[in-house]
Design a protein around this ligand. Structure first.
Ligand code: SF4
Length: 410
């Protein structure tokens, strides 16, 4: 007897899902707005991470209208820590489109949903199938992995033509009247059983007819050519402690309105050709800050190193601490600083600060500007720990600033 492997797959997978599906907050009902928010949050982000963000976000912006009407800064703040902030901006732009064009109701219309800002083929398929039960495919990396394995497909899933082929196959598998559950079942299988590195075939509901497993290729599939690694950028950054009226605060600045991490807040940093000696980097930072803000800073030590990988750039950052009151005019620029945190490092840093300070004494006579009173450019601001709550920081800066406040107990 010939088994219809497609029929088998759909029936067994759906039955399995209905028995074991996880109780996730976005599965409480099929409100398209709730589905939409969850799918955007889940892009590039793990379920466990998303759950608390999702619950807070839905409590704050329970309807499309409330999201559309909120100030962007508030939306970004609710997204802080999730990363890929263009998702939040696009989600809000999409919500505004829904309010303006469709009276605040997400339309049961594939073309209209697919045209919303930030909604790609996967997300529109997920919204149409989960919220409206329309037989649309929702094919992401998880689904491509599961179907490549089950059907033993050896085409490169990085190629658009492979995705198109898998989407066609996925549509043909959707059981009548069960598009939402079936698509979620596929995602659930990819997340819990047919995982990237170690698929748990023995517990898999479709194991019996899985061609990839039968061919012994379950860990080789899917075939995927490696993407180009992100370009490395070396950066030097500084956390500057304020004094006088800014005592207990640090200096932050807002990024430009367009481009990477648009309009988010950060502490000052700059691109450097090489990481080289600490003293030379700190010196560069001080000079660049002086040029941009008029402030005279005195580097006092290296706080830590930190990395952040975006999809196309890898920031490798050395982060220094500084206070106000010393122009760095080359003093110590040849001095090597031992690693941050070491006792000898501290000693050298103190020495460096003293030398820099002496250099300032010399140059201060020639400078009429009082460093702590320099008028800052509009995008710079002194903030205390509690004011961090009102601004949105990318993960990297949030992490470092939290550690800085924790260390200094300011
Ligand atoms: S049998 Fe294994 S490889 Fe095949 S679909 Fe199930 S978990 Fe994936």
């Amino acid at each position: 007897m010939t088994v219809d492997v497609k029929q088998f797959f759909s029936t067994e997978l759906l039955a399995w899902y209905r028995l074991v599906k996880r109780d996730l907050p976005w599965r409480k009902n099929r409100d398209p707005y709730r589905v939409w928010v969850s799918e955007i949050m889940l892009q590039q982000t793990r379920v466990d991470t998303v759950i608390p963000y999702y619950e807070r976000f839905m409590a704050k912006f329970p309807t499309v209208r409330e999201l559309a009407a909120a100030p962007e800064e508030e939306v970004l703040k609710s997204w802080e820590g999730l990363g890929y902030y263009s998702r939040a901006r696009n989600l809000q732009a999409g919500a505004r489109e829904v309010v303006e064009r469709y009276g605040g109701i997400v339309p049961d219309d594939k073309t209209a949903v697919a045209s919303l800002k930030g909604v790609g083929p996967y997300t529109s398929g997920a919204i149409m199938s989960i919220a409206f039960n329309r037989p649309e495919p929702a094919v992401d990396g998880n689904v491509m992995r599961v179907l490549s394995r089950y059907f033993c497909l050896e085409d490169d899933i990085a190629k658009p033509s492979t995705r198109v082929g898998i989407e066609k196959r996925a549509v043909s598998l959707i059981p009548e009247g069960a598009a939402g559950d079936f698509n979620q079942a596929l995602m659930e299988l990819g997340a819990l059983v047919c995982t990237p590195k170690s698929p748990v075939c023995l517990t898999c509901p479709v194991m019996e007819h899985c061609a990839g497993r039968l061919a012994g290729k379950e860990t080789e599939l899917p075939v995927k050519t490696k993407a180009k690694p992100p370009r490395e950028e070396l950066r030097a950054a500084v956390i500057i402690a304020g004094s006088g009226e800014h005592a207990g605060k640090v200096l932050v600045r807002q990024r430009p309105a367009k481009g990477l991490l648009a309009q988010m807040w950060e502490f000052p940093h700059l691109l450097v050709d090489e990481h080289g000696e600490d003293a030379a980097l700190a010196d560069k930072l001080a000079r660049s800050l002086h040029e941009e803000t008029g402030l005279l800073i005195r580097p006092t030590g290296r706080l830590m190193d930190a990395d952040h990988v975006f999809s196309h750039i890898h920031w490798k950052m050395k982060i220094y601490e500084a206070d106000l009151g010393a122009a760095v005019t080359g003093a110590g620029s040849e001095k090597a600083w031992p690693a941050a945190g070491s006792a000898s490092g501290r000693a050298a840093q103190t020495l460096y600060a003293a030398e820099a300070s002496a250099a300032y004494e010399d140059s201060a006579a020639a400078s009429s500007a009082a460093p702590s009173r320099a008028k800052l450019p509009a995008h710079y601001r002194w903030i205390g720990r509690e004011e961090m709550e009102q601004l949105t920081f990318p993960n990297l800066f949030l992490r470092v600033l939290n550690q800085y406040w924790a260390n200094s107990k300011r």
